[in-house]
Design a protein around this ligand. Sequence first.
Ligand code: UTP
Length: 304
Amino acid sequence: MVADMTEANPRISKAVIPAAGLGTRFLPATKATPKEMLPVVDKPAIQYVVEEAAAAGLDDVLMITGRNKRPLEDHFDRNHELESALERKGDGGKLAKVQESSDLATIHYVRQGDPRGLGHAVLCAAPHVGNEPFAVLLGDDLIDPRDPLLQRMVEVQEQHGGSVIALMEVAPEQIHLYGCAAVESTEAGDVVKVTGMVEKPDPADAPSNYAIIGRYVLAPQIFDVLRKTEPGRGGEIQLTDALQQLAADEKVGGPVHGVVFKGRRYDTGDRGDYLRAIVRLACEREDLGPDFRTWLRSFVAEEM
Ligand code: UTP
């Protein structure tokens, strides 16, 4: 159960979803469409992320959008013309699917004029979030709904205060693709204390195999730190650099903890992972799975 909610640690109700990156790994598909709108089976990737926020009780969602914000806004808005057409046809099933995305949460939008990095995108949320802890869900990071992570992170934040990041163990040769955390164990098997962080380290310099993945519960003090954070790796304002400052000095915004995630996660901004996500989720679908698995088996047999 939730610990007592003092004014110093109010209940978390807001989720921020940065979706303003350029998505260069997916060009040309992302030339005019945000990568978060690419379909994973039959839903855009970002709908899974909004569903995850809503499932964790965060129904105030702020999306940080960029130059292609129109498809995102349209997807989470009502489409009366389409709804009337489906009603006239008596197609209740499809009508429900169309309405689902607009009923998930209250969604607000703010535009990040220039994609100056994830840290800068999060800073754009400051006026909306105010002085309370909040969650950040990366719009291209898909966590399987059967392996809930965000609820656990909210619980850990409510217990310890401060900020909570999500960690996943990766092979040492993969760590240069992620932010990496130095950690100490705690009494809870799935929770570690984060003592330091470094963005995309060379394997030789990595303090651990714990990769930072795209879910955060952040103390509002992160905004002040981000305002002072200089561009780092890639010339971008890095969220990891600001978090490192929180971890280095607990007096700033409380401790930083990590929840170690062992479930299924897909980086839908990466082409290989995107394809794996579609195949896996399609195989598991009741409506599509049986036929798709049969086809996949014979396809693999032919290819081997
Ligand atoms: P990525 O590191 O995946 O960058 O961003 P990207 O630009 O979107 O994609 P590539 O590497 O060019 O293919 C991680 C998350 O942070 C958001 C992205 O939308 C994504 O959800 N982001 C990144 C912003 O919102 N603004 C930025 O300036 C940078």
